[in-house]
Unconditional design. Structure first.
Lengths: 361, 101, 185
């Protein structure tokens, strides 16, 4: 009995961590949808939804109920298996990077000896990252690459010309801007010396510029633009714009399957906001906080975590702000920009970083 | 606790066999291409298994090279398939017999 | 015990996806099965202490090469393979070759399991990015540079192969139109 519990314990711990993290992220995503409608409303001179709860705070739940109760339509000649698989792939690949996010600094003042069977003896740490993978950055970039399948397969399996065009255009846009995104990350990785997300935050703590946005400003701008294109947001949202292609690759999806795509888009936004925060804005690190609280104590971790969420919310607000402000690119302008301007700028940034790092060491 | 080296080599051999029979049986050019990629991956698994069991990083480096070459081959091979399709409207490899006397 | 269970889980999934890939006549289902093989192989690489190779496998194979293949399948609108009236004995020959290869595989298993081998140290750093990067840029610099040149050749080759001859560029057409209008005025 006891060896079984000892082998099963790490799985239980990880499961609890995943449950909490996914709950938190899905709540943030649900309220991002509400925030988008309200902020867009204010930009456009009207109030957003305010009927359902005070200031509309229960609106996400009303939306969820609406999606559940809608009729589930399946097009006649579509290939069933791929049609059902596509939104699942999109959502799973959007949610998987949550396990590597550094939600906060590790708390080192916890006493685990209340656990039975001697499971907690000698351990004093509560890490706030679910999985410390050595190649965290590559993991996130790789999973976002696999997320392209959800869109391509959705476009194809719906057996409609709008969906196919939207799906192919969206996939082509995503794979083009993945290159610029990856290249802009290389500069940060060179300065930090590691691919681990927690390691990058520690490198920012130990560096003379507290946040990597200062030495890597070009990389930050490139990453932000590429992130807009990766998540199919304005000004790069031609593949799913309502006036252009009906609704792009998710034209033929209704009810809960469309809700999965919708959620996948907002979770993708969350993912790239987290990456931007961790790589360029120091993640949970607030300069000067270690003078107020003891690093490793619970108040320090709490304030750092709130700062992390605050930075992410700032990026999400920036996304919504840009949506309300800019017109969208035409598709050939989009591809030109990605290949002929953004990728060379990212590579020039890498070269510049190489030269500077070489001469400073 | 861990499976021995032989298990990884057996898995690699089985995947290679499946890929080889796929290349023999498939007539679709893209299907054959995918079976070749499966064979390359089986060989990658062999390299990584040996690298783990002898502690040498050279195996993983070679896997990196194999992946890069496979990517290059994919780009050029699919370009050839597209060019061939434009001329003959079919990707059946039995139709690629223009040089036959 | 956990290691063996994980290995059999991922190995079983890989073999099932590989058989599914060879079995399906619809090329898109084959492509999806192959992505399943790549993902399970990536998980096996993680259990073999090669996290960098696992991440690169997902990035390059599942995320780039197979996306390319799926694009080509969608653009060319490939149908399923039509069953051909092939000479019957060729099926037997193909199956026989497959069995021969399988027998060779099992012989390898038998031979290797008879030699004593010891797994290398658990905490070794061979798979970590640092040691891989160091080996790549000191001892094996020439292959890395050659691979770079090879990739550039592949890019140029792919662009040339996929080019449509005889289709004028948009700018030339626009210039031509403007010239015609100037002549008319």
């Amino acid at each position: 009995m006891e060896p079984l519990i000892k082998t099963a314990f790490p799985f239980v711990v990880v499961s609890v961590g995943i449950l909490l993290a996914f709950q938190g992220v899905l709540m943030i995503v649900a309220y991002t949808v509400l925030a988008e409608r309200k902020v867009l409303g204010w930009i456009q001179g009207r109030i957003g939804p305010n009927r359902v709860g005070p200031w509309g705070v229960l609106q996400p739940f009303a939306d969820l109920l609406k999606f559940i109760f809608k009729e589930d339509i399946v097009p006649d000649k579509s290939t069933r298996f791929v049609y059902y698989l596509a939104p699942m792939v999109a959502l799973v690949c959007a949610l998987m990077p949550i396990v590597v996010y550094p939600f906060g600094p590790a708390i080192t003042t916890v006493d685990w000896s209340f656990l039975p069977f001697g499971l907690g003896d000698g351990i004093h740490v509560l890490p706030l990252t679910i999985a410390r993978i050595d190649v965290g950055v590559l993991f996130v970039l790789g999973i976002t690459s696999v997320g392209v399948y959800g869109i391509a397969l959705a476009g194809w399996s719906s057996n409609s010309k709008y969906s196919l065009m939207g799906g192919l255009r969206s996939s082509a846009q995503m794979i083009s801007y993945e290159l610029a995104m990856g290249a802009s990350v290389i500069g940060v990785v060179m300065l930090a010396g590691t691919l681990d997300l927690n390691g990058i935050i520690f490198a920012q703590i130990n560096s003379p510029f507290r946040w990597f946005i200062i030495p890597q400003f070009i990389g930050f701008v490139v990453f932000l633009i590429a992130a807009f294109a990766e998540t199919n947001r304005v000004p790069f949202d031609l593949p799913e714009a309502e006036t252009e292609l009906v609704a792009g690759f998710h034209t033929e999806y209704s009810a809960l399957k469309f809700a999965l795509f919708f959620m996948a888009e907002y979770v993708n936004m969350f993912t790239v906001s987290v990456m931007c925060t961790v790589l360029f804005l120091g993640g949970w690190y607030v300069p000067g906080l270690s003078h107020l609280f003891d690093p490793g104590s619970i108040p320090y971790a709490l304030v750092s975590h709130i700062a992390f969420i605050g930075k992410i919310c700032a990026f999400l607000f920036f996304y919504i702000w840009v949506r309300g402000t800019l017109p969208r690119f035409r598709f050939d302008q989009l591809m030109n920009f990605g290949w002929k301007f953004l990728l060379p700028v990212a590579i020039a940034n890498v070269t510049l970083t190489i030269v500077v790092v070489y001469f400073l060491n | 606790m861990e499976p021995s080296l032989a298990s990884y080599l057996a898995l690699s051999g089985i995947l290679f066999t499946i890929g080889a029979t796929g290349v023999i049986f498939k007539r679709n050019a893209i299907g054959m291409f995918m079976c070749i990629e499966l064979m390359l991956n089986a060989v990658n698994l062999t390299f990584v298994a040996f690298s783990r069991y002898y502690g040498d990083v050279t195996g993983q480096l070679f896997v990196f090279m194999v992946m890069s070459v496979a990517a290059a081959e994919a780009a050029v091979g699919l370009g050839i398939i597209i060019a061939f399709f434009r001329n003959s409207r079919s990707v059946d490899v039995d139709d690629a017999s223009i040089l036959k006397n | 015990m956990v290691g063996t269970a994980l290995f059999f889980l991922f190995a079983g999934f890989a073999i099932m996806c590989a058989i599914s890939m060879v079995y399906h006549k619809n090329p898109l289902y084959s492509a999806i099965s192959l992505v399943g093989v790549f993902i399970s192989l990536s998980c096996i690489y993680i259990t073999l202490a090669a996290p960098f190779i696992a991440a690169v496998q997902i990035l390059i194979y599942a995320g780039a090469i197979m996306v390319l293949v799926v694009f080509v399948i969608m653009l060319l609108n490939l149908d399923e393979d039509v069953p051909l009236n092939r000479l019957r004995y060729l099926y037997a020959v193909g199956g026989g070759l497959g069995l021969v290869l399988l027998a060779q595989t099992l012989f390898i298993f038998y031979a290797v399991s008879r030699t004593p081998n010891v797994a290398a140290d658990q905490a070794q750093t061979a798979g970590k990015t640092l040691s891989l990067g160091q080996a790549m840029y000191t001892e094996y610099l020439l292959p890395v540079e050659i691979v770079g040149v090879l990739l550039m050749m592949a890019i140029i080759g792919a662009v040339i192969l996929a080019r449509r001859l005889g289709q004028p560029q948009l700018e030339l057409v626009v210039e031509h139109e403007e010239e015609l209008r100037h002549h008319e005025q």
